[in-house]
Write a protein that binds this ligand. Structure first.
Ligand code: 1CP
Length: 325
């Protein structure tokens, strides 16, 4: 979950050299370098490809840029007619550049370090494509979905198809595991969650499993709460990432019961504060999930103000409590 990034001075250096966030994503040597930086520093068990979920709209031909210090911006698609601005048949050109990063990484990483490829889930990517930026409530996409179901479904279908192509190419290039980030799944009411989060993810998982049965797929339906066990069963994901609000007892008793490997849910802000509070929570999580298939992870992305030494402490603490049982 965002292990690279602005909290590392060596990342900031490369980012400056790349001259723009998307340039960094499309420069295989530099993107591979920033993927490897946290692995070298902390020796994590898995590396996640350095890229972004908004590479997909960019590859589809939507105008995407990252306003310095503000986050992503896109030229919004506000109606079905505007879908004609997208050119799905051209997306593979940009996907192949990202896949060059994946191949480099699989060569450069130690054999025992898993490489995670990823994309955004169709719903979450659509919220940025329709809203033109991140928003607290994803109102623009929800209004599009409620007001013009057929039109919005076409956008979701384009994203399902293109994301399958993209993830499949990442596996062919060397990704060992795939993760689908549905960061805004929690803004959908239950019935719409089924239609726009579960269904599209299920379609992706079904095709990807046919093509690459050996590759585990992790879902991250952030904010799904008590709908998470059904999400796992209905989409067929092998693993599920839990956000910071998920009760540990629910992860242990209800989500593990689905058979999926559970991961999460450390609050990234505990990594900022560090100290006793961080250590205590790490022990709680490890003890609560003991005996269940569990991958230690954050509940959301690492934040730029995180002191790198706290990440080092976190790794030491996890390894010491795991060994101690
Ligand atoms: O230069 C910078 O540091 C910009 C910050 C940044 C970084 C480091 C952005 C902009 N994207 C990334 C990389 C990134 N994004 C990774 C790389 C792998 C890693 O090192 O861990 C991954 C997996 C993502 C995924 C991503 N991007 C998500 C899904 C996960 C999540 O955090 O919820 C989302 C929603 C995005 C969109 C995005 N990209 C960047 C920002 C600041 C945002 C959020 C914007 C918003 O909603 O306001």
């Amino acid at each position: 979950m965002r292990q690279a990034g602005r909290y590392l001075p060596e990342y900031r250096e490369v980012r400056e050299k790349a001259g723009g966030f998307l340039n960094l994503c499309y420069s295989p040597a530099l993107a591979a370098e920033v993927t490897l930086q946290p692995i070298r520093r902390f020796g994590f068990d898995a590396a996640i490809l350095f890229s972004d979920i908004l590479v997909v709209p960019d590859a589809l031909g939507q105008k995407v840029w990252f306003a310095e210090g503000e986050g992503p911006r896109l030229e919004p698609i506000e109606s079905e007619a505007e879908l004609s601005r997208l050119a799905p048949h051209k997306a593979s050109i940009k996907y192949s550049i990202i896949c060059e990063t994946v191949s480099r990484l699989r060569q450069d990483l130690p054999d025992e370090t898993a490489l995670i490829g990823f994309c955004g889930a169709p719903w979450t990517v659509a919220t940025y494509m329709v809203g033109g930026r991140g928003s607290p409530d994803q109102a623009a996409a929800r209004l599009f979905a409620y007001g013009d179901r057929a039109g919005f479904s076409k956008l979701i279908d384009i994203l399902v198809e293109s994301s399958i192509e993209y993830l499949s190419a990442q596996v062919s290039a060397g990704a060992d595991v795939l993760q689908i980030f549905d960061s805004w799944a929690g803004s959908l009411p239950e019935n719409e969650f089924q239609r726009f989060a579960v269904e599209p993810t299920h379609r992706m998982v079904r095709v990807l499993k046919e093509r690459h049965p050996e590759v585990p797929i992790i879902g991250f339906p952030r904010g799904a709460g008590i709908l998470t066990p059904d999400f796992v069963r209905q989409t067929g994901v092998d693993g599920v990432s839990c956000d910071t609000s998920m009760p540990l007892s629910f992860m242990r008793d209800e989500i593990s019961k689905t058979g999926a490997v559970v991961q999460g849910n450390l609050d990234p802000l505990l990594l900022v504060s560090g100290g006793e509070a961080l250590e205590r929570r790490v022990r709680e999580i490890v003890h609560e999930m003991a005996g269940k298939p569990f991958v230690f992870n954050l509940g959301h992305g690492i934040v730029p103000q995180t002191p790198p030494e706290n990440v080092g402490r976190l790794v030491e603490t996890i390894r010491s409590v795991s060994v101690a049982g």
